[in-house]
Design a binder for this molecule. Structure first.
Ligand code: C2E
Ligand code: CA
Ligand code: CA
Ligand code: CA
Length: 275
């Protein structure tokens, strides 16, 4: 048993060393990728439930790796957050999303994900102003998605940042709502525009009564606070019907469309208008 324990220990030691090495490599590669502009944005439509019209797109970053192909954000955003590289990557995303949105044939909204680190950084408002000025995108067309973790540490700072964004006309959505630290008590304090209901709850809507209860609660909370609701990760027609019955405002998910390159946005809009 002792030997087995030692072997297990050695196994973890080796695995951890390998993880650390691949982290360092990833960090170096990320730095290079930023300089070489190897990132690209895909856009996923958000649809209004009562009319079926597309109201905007969420920008989702991908890494066009020279050897490994297209890498999803789940693989590199956490590392970029740890190393601080998220600030420059995030700023690139913000600028690029604003720029690309101005090329769309309709004045639809573009939603951009912000890491907590970005949201809390003192340069955020300045960078948002720059991205809007450089692109010429009207502030009303920009929506920033933040997570509960962005708000928990410094309530006054977060409130000031949200007020500054609001005064410009930029909208703010609370992403992954229901999965984070419960900021329920503070929610009222913060000037938000929207709650995004996490796909985790949406996925189990048809099978799990607890998920239904959670979604119902989030929607009534949002109503009470005069916030919009977007359900994400919607994959089935059953989920769509249920969300509509529960009074959810908007939906986003593979059922509507998968995230697409910016060049496909115009043809997509033409196609759905023709339907
Ligand atoms: P998120 O903000 O919750 O984005 C939704 C994720 O769900 C996206 O994954 C999207 O492709 C995926 N998705 C959309 N519809 C469906 C569906 O019907 N079913 C399923 N199973 N998945 C669906 P993606 O693009 O891999 O992004 C993962 C996460 O990475 C995002 O979650 C967000 O937290 C983060 N992320 C993406 N882009 C950025 C960015 O530019 N900046 C920052 N800070 N984070 C980003
Ligand atoms: Ca998001
Ligand atoms: Ca989300
Ligand atoms: Ca999520």
């Amino acid at each position: 048993a002792k030997a087995a324990g030692r072997n297990t220990y050695r196994f973890f030691e080796v695995a951890m060393a390998e993880t650390a090495r691949s982290r360092v490599r990833l960090q170096q590669e990320l730095g290079h990728a930023l300089a070489a502009e190897q990132f690209t944005l895909h856009f996923q439509p958000q649809m209004k439930l009562d009319t079926g019209e597309v109201i905007g797109f969420e920008a989702l970053v991908r890494w066009q790796h020279s050897e490994r192909g297209l890498i999803g954000p789940g693989e590199f955003i956490p590392v970029a957050e740890e190393t601080g590289q998220i600030v420059s990557l995030g700023n690139w995303v913000l600028r690029e999303a604003c720029r690309l949105a101005t090329l769309w044939p309709e004045a639809l909204r573009v939603a951009v994900n912000l890491s907590a680190v970005q949201f809390r950084s003192s340069s955020l408002i300045e960078l948002v102003d720059e991205a809007l000025a450089m692109s010429g995108l009207p502030p009303e067309r920009l929506e920033l998605e933040i997570t509960e973790s962005a708000l928990i540490e410094d309530h006054d700072g977060a409130q000031a940042t949200l007020m500054a964004l609001r005064s410009r006309g930029v909208r703010v959505a609370m992403d992954d709502f229901g999965t984070g630290y419960s900021s329920l008590a503070y929610l009222r304090r913060f000037p938000l525009d929207k709650l995004k209901i996490d796909g985790m709850f949406v996925r189990s809507l048809d099978s799990d009564e607890d998920a239904q209860a959670v979604v119902t609660a989030i929607i009534s909370l949002a109503r009470a606070l005069h916030l919009d609701t977007t359900a994400e990760g919607i994959e089935t027609a059953e989920q769509l019907v249920m969300l509509k019955a529960l009074g959810c405002d908007d939906v986003q998910g593979y059922l509507i469309a998968r995230p697409m390159p910016s060049a496909e946005v115009a043809p997509y809009l033409t196609r759905i208008r023709g339907e």
